[in-house]
Design a protein around this ligand. Structure first.
Ligand code: C5P
Length: 222
């Protein structure tokens, strides 16, 4: 069949990666988590003490940076220059600093190019903030996933509880709003719905219901 390019964008913690992974699995497509790439750059910059708003220094660093995804049972493992950073890139220090790195022009230019190379053959589900608008403007399917801040914070809260990570719901809400604000107001490729993207509000939907909705949209294009 056709090897579609499926772009899934939306704000922080809207469930993009969960449903993107499931949809990719059902279709036998590649899954690419572009947020993990921005997170990997942020983690490495923190390690190397490169200033997170120093675009040129970050670009120089990035030229020597190999980001690798390795499929695994629990999803995907992420490596930076052969160091596994799967868990590290989800830590609060990375989460709360990634938007600064993601606002840098050269960083976006390099990562956008790498993402376009990964998607070149089609048969891919890619999630992020600017996939439908900038990375794959010609994607056959574009989804914009949203959910209320309260619901997104609650989902993260429950996830953390399950992992025995103590967090405050109010703090999570604040951090999610802060990241949305930074991602939506930056000058380069801000988080915005592509005109031709289909908006799916997941606030009162289960994961299964969201995946079913997306699969219906995809099947129309196959
Ligand atoms: O999707 P995730 O929450 O892991 O993304 C982390 C951060 O990476 C986002 O808050 C955003 O700043 C940045 N990002 C981006 N463009 C993308 C994907 C992620 O700017 N395509």
């Amino acid at each position: 069949g056709k090897q579609l390019r499926i772009a899934i964008d939306g704000p922080a913690s809207a469930g993009k990666s969960t449903v993107a992974k499931l949809a990719a699995h059902r279709l036998g497509y590649i899954y690419c988590d572009t947020g993990a790439m921005y997170r990997a750059v942020t983690w490495w910059a923190l390690q190397k003490k490169v200033a997170l708003d120093d675009d040129l220094a970050l670009a120089k660093m990035l030229a020597q940076l190999e980001i690798k995804f390795v499929p695994a049972k629990e999803g995907q493992r992420v490596f930076v220059n052969n160091n596994e950073v799967t868990k590290e890139i989800r830590m609060p220090t990375v989460t709360n600093n990634v938007s600064t790195v993601a606002a840098q022009v050269s960083v976006r230019k390099v990562l956008t190019q790498r993402q376009q190379e990964i998607a070149a053959g089609g048969g891919i589900v890619m999630d992020g903030r600017d996939i439908g608008t900038t990375v794959l403007p010609d994607a056959e399917v574009k989804i914009f996933l949203v959910a209320s801040v309260k619901e997104r914070a609650l989902r993260r809260f429950r996830e953390n509880q399950a992992k025995n990570i103590p967090t405050s719901l109010t703090k999570l809400e604040f951090e999610i709003e802060e990241r949305d604000r930074k991602d939506s107001t930056r000058t380069v490729s801000p988080l915005v719905k592509a005109e031709d993207a289909i908006k799916v509000d997941t606030t009162s939907l289960s994961i299964d219901e969201v995946v079913t909705k997306i699969m219906r949209i995809v099947e129309n294009k196959l």
